[in-house]
Design a protein around this ligand. Structure first.
Ligand SMILES: Nc1ncnc2c1ncn2[C@@H]1O[C@H](COP(=O)(O)OP(=O)(O)OP(=O)(O)O)[C@@H](O)[C@H]1O
Length: 342
């Protein structure tokens, strides 16, 4: 493959995936009818998605269930052939699955395992060493590094089936990154893990990105993963890319307001505070008010003039709230802007 897209680790232009789904009515008669007269319906999983990633970028890939995230990642790693459009990853066309391409990428799926269940993880690592033709000295150096960063000591020689979910996920990650790929497709790498393990995975990905300048696309249902690792997010919904930009600007998509946090020098009563916004919290000297986006500067100025304010900060709503609003209520009637008495 040529390097037309040199400069981009990932180049995606108008990528499309349609699945053919065979429809069958339930029961024996349904099977018989489907056998004689097979009906096929096309599902538009990805509808013409375009984006570019620079080398070393870490990008969050978000969207509701069934939006097309896994399908996109599978096309970028060459497991699925696109129905249309272009994908160039590390200078290669993924669908060709060339050895030089496979050595530069990895796909980690939190819900699927690649380790051999009945053997210790170490054996799977050796298999990967052979597949990826990793020289012995590089293998040893990488193993030393991963053992330290992921605290793998003591678990590598245990049968994989006897590991806890978190231990197994750490081994999965190590196995998937043993060949030091430059491009990581991480599909729900922290799913089902407890908070400490989620943190360990996040730290590992961050460290790997820093050390090797790797490009990372990460999907996760845990927004903390995304906020900790990515500045840029791609949001896909029903196969369409609906947002590509700074994570902080995603909050700007929210029709809701901002949160004004105040630290007062003297307490104020809730009725008085309600003149400036919706009182979310008023305890002692700390206050939180919900304020319509367009009104933030005038309300903040009035608060500073009228009350004895030690500190005032303005925050976007948590990203979970924004996502829930973007997807959860998208079919609901739009909410009128929050009205607060002047
Ligand atoms: N093998 C398949 N055959 C038919 N339809 C499929 C297949 N795989 C996925 N789909 C459909 O394609 C759409 C996109 O699915 P995909 O798994 O890419 O979504 P996703 O964003 O990864 O969702 P989730 O967060 O639930 O994993 C969905 O409507 C799904 O039902």
């Amino acid at each position: 493959m040529t390097s037309d897209h040199a400069g981009h680790a990932v180049h995606v232009q108008g990528l499309i995936k349609q699945y053919a789904v065979h429809e069958k009515e339930p029961g024996f008669m349904g099977s018989l009818r489907a056998f004689v007269n097979r009906r096929t319906r096309m599902v538009d999983a990805v509808k013409g998605v375009s984006f570019d990633l620079a080398p070393g970028e870490v990008v969050g890939f978000l969207g509701p269930n069934g939006a097309g995230k896994t399908t996109t990642l599978k096309m970028l790693s060459g497991l699925l052939h696109p129905t249309g459009g272009t994908a160039v990853v590390a200078g290669h066309e993924p669908r060709r699955r060339e050895a030089a391409f496979l050595k530069q990428i990895t796909l980690v799926m939190g819900q699927k395992q690649q380790l051999i269940w009945d053997l210790p993880a170490l054996d799977s690592f050796l298999v990967n060493q052979a597949i990826y033709e990793i020289p012995d000295d590089q293998y040893r150096a990488t193993m030393r590094e991963f053992t330290e960063v992921l605290s793998l000591d003591g678990i590598l020689k245990k049968q994989v089936r006897k590991l806890s979910l978190g231990e197994r996920m750490k081994c999965e990650l190590a196995a998937a990154l043993l060949h030091r790929p430059k491009i990581l497709f991480l599909d729900e790498p922290t799913i089902g893990l407890d908070v400490n393990m989620q943190q360990a995975v996040r730290d590992f990905v961050r460290e790997y990105n820093r050390r090797y300048g790797a490009t990372v696309i990460l999907t996760s249902h845990y927004m903390a993963d995304v906020t900790a690792l990515a500045n840029r997010v791609l949001v896909i919904d029903r196969g369409d890319l609906v947002f590509d930009g700074d994570l902080r600007h995603l909050a700007g998509q929210s029709s809701g307001g901002k949160t004004v946090k105040l630290q007062l020098r003297r307490p104020a009563d809730t009725a008085q505070l309600a003149r400036y916004g919706t009182v979310i919290h008023n305890e002692g000297l700390s206050v939180e008010l919900g304020v319509p986006r367009a009104e933030v500067s005038t309300r903040a100025a009035r608060l500073l003039a009228d009350l004895d304010v030690a500190d005032l900060t303005v925050e976007d709503p948590p990203i979970e709230t924004v996502m829930a609003e973007l997807f959860g209520k998208k079919d609901a009637a739009p909410q009128p802007p929050q009205e607060v008495p002047a």
